[in-house]
Ligand binder design. Structure first.
Ligand SMILES: Cc1cc2nc3c(=O)[nH]c(=O)nc-3n(C[C@H](O)[C@H](O)[C@H](O)COP(=O)(O)OP(=O)(O)OC[C@H]3O[C@@H](n4cnc5c(N)ncnc54)[C@H](O)[C@@H]3O)c2cc1C
Length: 481
């Protein structure tokens, strides 16, 4: 999914360089109304601080806009009591594709990468961890992986993995749930990303453009239970729609307008004292257990490179202590483009895709998803013309992408392609249900599935679609927000 990622952070400006197709500058409007919880002077001071912290290296520095200028840019915003807005710049990313690009980059550098591989047990014959039992979630087969150093980077699940090491390990996290809802963009009519403070509880949230859709998020509520099945609730949907309606009164969004939802857990470090979920620190920590497990906990997507550096340094120190090997110099990954991130000028790529016969929207979509690798996707369509056709009529995604997802992007399941590589589940009102059987057929050819496996995949995807529809219908039945 797409996230705002603070450009005030040097990690973000670096990501804008090494993955310009996936991490993109985005203009935000932060409107201020009479009687707002954040008065204009405070917002202005905050904006200066924001630019200052980034040493004025933000995408652009902020500007203050008066009421009329705000309404010219974003006519759907509530006029009544509007005083002005801060126009500032941040970045937006496609987090699923950023993770895949990072893993592919690691694989190119020699890492062995395995998805659907769950650590179910840690091996410690003499009290020191020297590997793990890993279950292949697709075949259910267990495997033993031996290692001198074992790192636990399981995000919201780090405490569960720590308990494999020590059943009484203190929890490191306070997990909070965040939900987004996707609605048709024409209902809000927003062309900018809009930052707003919810009139319900004063929390800051965003309305962000996403192709033909906009997404509204996020909530921030404590989540005590198991992290495996985290979903949006009716209350989350109503809270988000009500908050957006207060700023875009013409939109009159109701649960029946929601195209899809998604929810996730923030793996935040547990604070010493209790407080509001949104006030919990976004810092990270590297923790060693007595048996040698190295855990990285907390942090944010924006800071993932700093987190990785800290944990790799710790692992290098451990290897040095174990057998005296020299610490390798840090590789210059800050200068290494992620796959697809080589091109500096994305417009040149869009033009190249157009010149090869892609429509404007498909060309833009391909470049935003694959960067310089969009040429590789179009090569597939050159070799087999039907692969240049849209997967869902009227949408920009083409059949070549399903092939590309399997051949180059490690997709192993139908949900990988339709939810995590192409996002059709979240962006298409019908969740690409009509195309799903043909995508499964294509994957069966590429991955050698038999009929039973293809049917299982379709069934699993169909269940996700059904669950989402049933939930949205139930919320819609409960009434307008
Ligand atoms: C709604 C929401 C909005 C957010 N917005 C922002 C934002 O705007 N900016 C920002 O910077 N950050 C944001 N974040 C935070 C950011 O997304 C997370 O901090 C980040 O994704 C965590 O990455 P991670 O690799 O630590 O965990 P994850 O991405 O969750 O990865 C952990 C992985 O470990 C795997 N795993 C778990 N248990 C095991 C096991 N036993 N064996 C093997 N693998 C296992 C999981 O399957 C998973 O793939 C947001 C988070 C949420 C939920």
């Amino acid at each position: 999914m797409r996230r705002p990622a603070s450009a005030a952070c040097c990690s973000t400006s670096l990501l804008l360089d090494i993955a310009p197709h996936l991490v993109r500058p985005l203009a935000f409007l932060f409107p201020v109304y009479r009687g707002a919880r954040v008065p204009p002077w405070e917002l202005r001071a905050g904006m200066w601080l924001y630019d200052l912290l980034a040493a004025f290296r933000n995408v652009r520095t902020h500007r203050w806009l008066h009421r009329k200028a705000v309404l010219r840019l974003e006519p759907g915003l509530r006029e009544k009591e509007l005083r002005g807005a801060a126009l500032y710049y941040d970045a937006q990313t496609d987090d699923a594709r950023l993770v895949i690009a990072t893993m592919r980059s690691a694989a190119r550098a020699g890492a062995l990468v395995a998805s659907y591989a769950e650590a179910t047990n840690l091996i410690k014959p003499d009290g020191r961890i020297c590997g793990a039992t890993v279950r292949d979630q697709l075949t259910r087969q267990p495997h033993t992986v031996r290692a001198l150093v074992v790192v636990n980077a399981a995000g919201p699940w780090v405490d569960e993995v720590r308990r494999l090491d020590d059943a009484r390990a203190e929890p490191l996290l306070r997990r909070t749930k965040g939900t987004h809802v996707v609605v048709p963009r024409h209902r809000l009519g927003n062309s900018y990303a809009v930052t707003l403070t919810s009139p319900i509880d004063g929390r800051v949230m965003f309305v962000l453009p996403w192709g033909d859709q906009s997404y509204i998020g996020t909530t921030d509520t404590d989540q005590g239970g198991a992290p495996d099945d985290v979903r949006a609730t009716g209350d989350d949907v109503v809270y988000l729609l009500r908050s957006a309606n207060a700023f875009f009164p013409q939109a009159r969004l109701a649960p029946g307008d929601v195209v899809s939802t998604w929810a996730g857990l923030r793996p935040l470090l547990a604070p010493a004292h209790s407080g509001a979920a949104s006030e919990v620190s976004r810092e990270h920590r590297v923790v060693d257990s007595p048996s040698g497990l190295i855990t990285i906990a907390g942090g944010k997507l924006t800071t993932f490179r700093v987190m990785a550096q800290d944990v790799v340094d710790r692992a290098a120190d451990r290897l040095h202590e174990l057998d005296g090997r020299p610490r390798a110099p840090r590789p210059r990954t800050d200068r290494l483009a992620l796959p697809g991130g080589e091109a500096a000028d994305l417009e040149v790529l869009v033009e190249a895709a157009r010149a090869r016969g892609a429509s404007e929207t498909t060309a833009r979509h391909l470049v935003a998803s694959y960067g310089s690798e969009s040429a590789g996707v179009l090569n597939l369509a050159d070799r087999d013309r039907p692969l240049g056709q849209p997967i869902v009529l009227g949408r920009p995604e083409i059949w070549a992408e399903a092939t590309y997802a399997v051949e180059r992007e490690m997709a192993l399941r139908l949900t990988d392609v339709l939810m995590r590589r192409l996002h059709l589940f979240h962006e298409d009102r019908h969740q690409a249900s009509g195309a799903a059987p043909r995508v499964a057929e294509r994957m069966a050819e590429l991955l050698g599935w038999d009929g039973a496996r293809a049917a299982e995949e379709l069934e699993a995807y169909g269940q996700e679609v059904e669950r989402s529809r049933a939930f949205l219908q139930e919320v819609a039945r409960a009434g307008r927000p």
